[in-house]
Design a protein around this ligand. Structure first.
Ligand code: FE2
Ligand code: FE2
Length: 146
């Protein structure tokens, strides 16, 4: 197991915590497939990895969209900053997928899934998602806090 749900940072909105917990399950399953391909680089293992990666990509699009729709609806002032982090993360996910498709470089893929992604995930939840969830719940914008 790569990520432990019990150690996931919790935010003030339950729907966001639920999506993050689902994301952890998907990333953990993806990591297992990365290890499988690393020890046995067959076409079959690559296919399984790619298909889980695509599932994770689709889930992440929905994950981000769910937060963005509510941010727009509630006129969250730092929306562009939060959306910017989402867009950048999706662009990197797409780049890594394409690079792996082209090169089958499992060292690069493993490094991304086991280091970059968990770091980003925790850091993003602790900053952007935490502040945003607080705003959803209380109506308090970080800009109006003293
Ligand atoms: Fe999130
Ligand atoms: Fe977010």
């Amino acid at each position: 197991m790569l990520l432990d749900k019990n150690e996931m940072p919790i935010v003030a909105m339950e729907f966001m915590n639920d999506v993050h917990a689902q994301d952890i399950e998907i990333i953990n399953a993806l990591y297992e497939l990365v290890l499988a391909y690393e020890s046995e680089p067959t076409q079959e293992n690559k296919k399984a990895l790619n298909s889980q990666y695509n599932l994770w990509f689709e889930h992440t699009i929905e994950h981000f969209r769910g937060e963005e729709v509510l941010m727009v609806e509630k006129s969250f002032p730092p929306y562009p900053m939060h959306k910017g982090e989402h867009d950048k993360a999706l662009a990197v996910m797409d780049d890594v997928y394409r690079a792996f498709e082209a090169t089958s470089d499992i060292v690069m893929m493993k490094q991304y899934i086991s280091q970059t992604v968990p770091q980003w995930f925790v850091q993003h939840i602790q900053s952007m998602d935490t502040v945003t969830a607080m705003f959803f719940k209380s109506g308090l914008s970080p800009c109006s806090m003293r």
